[in-house]
Design a binder for this molecule. Sequence first.
Ligand code: SF4
Length: 294
Amino acid sequence: MKSISPSSAQTYQICPRKYRLQHLERWRGEPSASMEVGSLVDYGVKQVWTGEKCPELYEPHHNVDEVEIIQAEAMVSGYSKNFIDDQPGTHYPDFRIEADGFEGILDCLSISQSGKKALIRELKTTGQKRELLPNSVRMQTLEMNDQLTIYSHLVRQHFPEVEEVEVSYEVIWRDSYGPKMRKQIRRKKDESEEDYAERKLGNTETLDEYRVRLMDAYETDFENRFAQVRYVPMAGREKERIHELKHVLMNMSEDDAYIRNPNACSMYGGCQYVGVCTGQERIEENFSQEQRND
Ligand code: SF4
């Protein structure tokens, strides 16, 4: 059986039918604007990891507008000022790794000069400010997170000389408010809607002003825009979870492996395949299929 990625394993546990549609048949919807901004930030931060200070990232072919590009640039710029540490070693962004029935692409793997320490960096952008909080559910359960558990297991398998694996989980909040008004104004008596809209526009920050304000906010207001948790995964707990996940993998080879789980249809803001499963949409008309490489 082919190796499985953490996101495939997670999707399978949520709904086997969704796993089949999304990961085996690769029916995908268009990426949302926030996914596109997340990809830009991901790209920019990886440039920073490889030594670029603050890269010129953003090509016009990206499907995002100028305000979203400014947001992504400010996030990367703030990251480069706040997150870079000078731990010597070799850094591998987008490190592809496969072992023991699992596979993954680590956002960044750093191996110390001695070769005995490994640091896994996992980057996430979010629109939910509460995800920065140390008492958020995600932060509280990080050490149980399957993705990070699989990654540390993969690193131990792939680099037997590594004696200590550390994880750095890094979150950037996306401030998606666009240019704001320089001062609050109200519609005047007898003012037409068009005149009011024009007056509001004239009173709104220009893109240059917006860029300066946002860059400053990301570069100086670390606590409200970024979060980082570093921990050393416990090898015993990791082994136990990997053992459990291998049972999940075994189920995936059964004949009835791709049954539906209607309890999951409304999870995470709603499943994108609801229309297909309820017979209201035809999958060929509503999704595009990615080229499969396997
Ligand atoms: S709509 Fe529900 S049953 Fe269908 S794939 Fe999604 S989660 Fe599974």
